[in-house]
Write a protein that binds this ligand. Structure first.
Ligand code: NAD
Ligand code: ZN
Length: 415
């Protein structure tokens, strides 16, 4: 529904200003499905997600090369599936693109996806179906959002991180000018299909990295979820599928609830609770030239912000120890060499991430911290001295000695 207001305002200086104001609301709805063997011929889910006035709808697939390599039969499986469901799916081919952050960095690859959309005649009633990790999905989602001003888009996330976090949300992105996620839009997908079978071929590193986002959501939203991760930490490390599926489901649910009920789905304000630990994480990812996985960088970013919250008097020491303990049990990192890189003035370079974060959000600097497990709050300024101390102490801590009181703030501080 739309309203038009024709207003004539008489200004003080008696100049007449005319204006037309309009207001309308657009409702979004999409579902994240949890399934197995999405391309099994007996699984009609994907075909059912393809809805159009003109069936069969044209479908172009974009596939992460990491997934294609790990499952060599996949291209054939997609083709056979499309053939079996040809009443819904008019198959327009599968473009394989390199997986990982390169997909978000390389404008040539981005152009390749747009070109395929162009050459295959993909229109606003067609579907671009991305299959891959968070990086490929971010880039494919961005292409879908801008080609023809928005093509229908289905995500099939294949990593823990994309199934529990990045794939189920409303954002897409592309890196530019050395800045992470410099381009991007808020564009909800048509549907998300989490197929747990894809996780079987993940490297141990990527299996673990995605758990960092679950810890993040638990820390800002739900203590019982944090306790569930603690209880299952050993099973998770041992790749227990059931334990991981439960974590992914709850994390995705909390994430989606936040988007729908948090009051700011398209992040117009400056607060971004889901970005706990992310000001440092994004900076560390680019400083490491993406050697660090996003999830690993988030684990380190949370460690820095937990220490900071502790030294600022918000977070109790045993709570910080408990959080650090879980991160370590999961073999996620608490630090990396890049955290301690300094500029010519002796300042930790990672601190530039605070200003970049402010610039990215716009408006007032807003950083989410926690004062207990499951309880978050926002601060609008960061005490740089305490932050430097936090990073200094992170470097000096003895993590290998369980008896060490590694949280004692050092008197000599970072200088
Ligand atoms: N849009 C958002 O809201 C949002 C939120 C969080 C993170 N992200 C983004 O997500 C990206 C990180 O995603 P990620 O952690 O999934 O890593 P990733 O996409 O970089 O993938 C990691 C590696 O795993 C490979 N891979 C993917 N699926 C596989 C499978 N099933 N088997 C074997 N190998 C597989 C990929 O080829 C790649 O080499 C970052 O760019 C981050 O910025 C976006
Ligand atoms: Zn993240």
């Amino acid at each position: 529904m739309s309203f038009l207001f024709h207003v004539r305002l008489k200004m003080q200086n008696s100049n007449l200003v005319q204006s037309i104001t309009q207001q309308f609301a657009v409702t979004y709805q999409y579902t994240t499905y949890f399934t197995e063997r999405v391309f099994g011929l007996d699984n009609p889910l994907l075909a059912r997600c393809v809805e159009s006035n003109w069936l069969p709808a044209k479908c172009l697939f974009v596939l992460d090369s990491g997934v294609a390599q790990a499952r060599q039969s996949l291209l054939e499986e997609i083709e056979r599936y499309a053939e079996a469901y040809k009443q819904q799916i008019a198959y327009k081919g599968t473009l394989v693109i390199p997986g990982g952050e390169v997909a978000k960095n390389d404008t040539g690859l981005f152009k390749q996806v747009l070109e395929a959309i162009h050459l295959k005649g993909i229109c606003r009633h067609s579907y671009l179906i991305g299959i891959g990790g968070g990086a490929v999905l971010d880039m494919v989602g961005f292409a879908a959002a801008i080609a023809h001003r928005g093509i229908r888009h289905i995500r099939i996330p294949t990593t823990v991180l994309s199934q529990n976090d990045s794939g189920v949300g409303v954002k897409n992105s592309f890196n530019l000018f050395g800045k992470k996620n410099f381009l991007g839009t808020f564009q909800p997908p048509t549907a998300v299909i989490n197929d747990f079978c894809f996780l079987e071929t993940l490297s141990q590193r990527d299996w673990i990295a995605g758990i960092a986002e679950a810890i993040k959501v638990a820390l800002i939203k739900e203590k019982t979820f944090f306790e569930e991760i603690e209880r299952n930490a050993d099973q998770l490390v041992k790749r227990n599928q059931q334990a991981m599926q439960a974590i992914i489901y709850r994390c995705a649910e909390l994430h989606m609830q936040h988007i729908a009920q948090g009051g700011d789905p398209f992040e117009r304000g400056s607060a971004r609770p889901l970005d706990f630990g992310h000001w440092a994480a994004h900076k560390l990812e680019s400083m490491s030239h993406y050697r660090l996985r996003h999830g690993e960088a988030v684990a380190i970013g949370m460690a820095i912000d937990c220490l900071y919250a502790h030294y600022q008097g918000f977070l109790a020491k045993p709570t910080v120890q408990r959080i650090f303990n879980l991160i370590q049990r999961l073999s996620l990192p608490l630090r990396a060499p890049e955290v301690f890189f300094k500029d010519a003035q002796g300042t930790y370079q990672v601190l530039k991430g605070i200003e970049e974060f402010r610039e990215h959000l716009g408006g007032q600097l807003t950083i989410t911290l926690i004062n207990d497990i499951g309880k978050s709050f926002n601060v609008h300024e960061i005490c740089l001295k305490t932050m430097q101390d936090s990073i200094y102490n992170l470097e000096k801590m003895e993590f290998n000695d369980p008896a060490a009181d590694f949280l004692q703030i050092s008197e000599n501080s970072w200088q």
